[in-house]
Write a protein that binds this ligand. Sequence first.
Ligand SMILES: CC(C)(COP(=O)(O)OP(=O)(O)OC[C@H]1O[C@@H](n2cnc3c(N)ncnc32)[C@H](O)[C@@H]1OP(=O)(O)O)[C@@H](O)C(=O)NCCC(=O)NCCS
Length: 299
Amino acid sequence: MRRSSRTQTCRVADPGDDVNVEHSAASFLDSHADRADAPGPLMALPNTAPSEEAGATPAAELPGQLPRTSAHDVVMHEGSRSARLREIKLLIDGRLRLGLRATFTRYGLRRDLAVPITNPNAKVPISVRPLEPSDLPILLAENNHLEPQERVQIAWRKDFYKKAPEGCWVAVDERSGTPCYMQWLFGASENPLIRTFGGFPRLEPDEALLENAYTPVACRGLGIMSAAMALIAERAAEIGAQKVLTFVGDDNIGSLKGCQRAGFHPDLLNKRVRLLYGTISSDTFETLPADDPRRTLQF
Ligand SMILES: CC(C)(COP(=O)(O)OP(=O)(O)OC[C@H]1O[C@@H](n2cnc3c(N)ncnc32)[C@H](O)[C@@H]1OP(=O)(O)O)[C@@H](O)C(=O)NCCC(=O)NCCS
């Protein structure tokens, strides 16, 4: 079913409704944080033999083993009270930055799984699997060299995991099994949960939602997002979906490029209005006309 322009969400956050607080922070920063660089001092592990997939970059030209963050650098400790307080401070800072009124435009990009694509390859060999709890400290490791907006990205995903512990997929560097990308996949049966996040349309029975892509800073620029997202999108078929949706800020060019390479094309326009530090949200979702040039934009 095609979506016409309509207001989808307008709600006041309940006390303790930190899903919305964090979504506000992340929504603001999703469009600002994709240029974060300057990875911290990371401990590289020795290379193991890379698997030579058809079409993959030859082993000799592959980047070295994706870095693991050393225990010394990891600031996050599961259950650490001070770490949690730092997270909350970051999330509140993000909300304060929203101010009294903030507006955002996001593309809803769609991939129809019935339309075959040539899956992109990353510069390192990857495969995808569901997230395991032990992946989190690796994917969402903080170190003292990260930009503040990157810390918010991390804090928000840590907290999102608490709200949605199921449905997250990871890509792993096949040479070592090190996770290097994460993203959540939800089917229509998760509509009640998705509704609590705010900012997403109700999924039709044959639709899935792919959200919160994250590549750790040290693993960026290797084509991991596009290769992993293409593979994870295919898993939507296992939960009964034929079409996969994802939402990206119209100025998050890095992510838009990654989505496009993964077979996604702009289909919807989402206007988000956040009032009073994000406590009130309103979303409209408009299907782009068939001849709208944004449908065929090359990001
Ligand atoms: C967006 C993101 C997932 C891309 O991950 P990635 O695995 O580096 O993606 P790719 O290697 O496929 O590169 C896609 C684009 O990202 C951008 N990019 C590449 N290296 C980058 C780096 N070191 N830092 C920031 N952006 C980079 C580039 O625009 C690149 O396109 P190009 O190669 O044509 O220049 C990653 O930057 C990220 O996690 N950002 C923060 C969270 C975020 O914005 N998530 C998306 C929410 S919708």
